[in-house]
Design a protein. Sequence first.
Length: 129
Amino acid sequence: MVTVTLKPMGKRATQSCTLVFAAHLIAVFANLVYTTESCADDSDERARDLGRKVIAIQNAIADPASGGALEAVTELGQDSRYYVMVRGWLSLQLEGDLSIANAQGQSVSSKIEERIAFLKRAIRAIDLE
């Protein structure tokens, strides 16, 4: 808490101090608004970028034969902030596909076999880095 002791001033000096104080407050609030908006814009852009990467992984899992599928997974999976999320997602998908393969026996679809092979490669790729 700041205590300010004011000495009596003339009317003109008081108005001048009031204007300077008001201008200072406006500058401070304008800076806060600008900073908040730029942080929000930056945060929104990072969220959009993360969303694009997650969708790229989803597409890679759906079509592992597509070009860049493994790169899409490793791009996000090698980022230490998201490794656990990506590794868990791939592991659960692999577990589900292995369960399907075990239930179908010899009549496993080639799509499931491709996805199992891809998921194993992807998990290995992000674990090695």
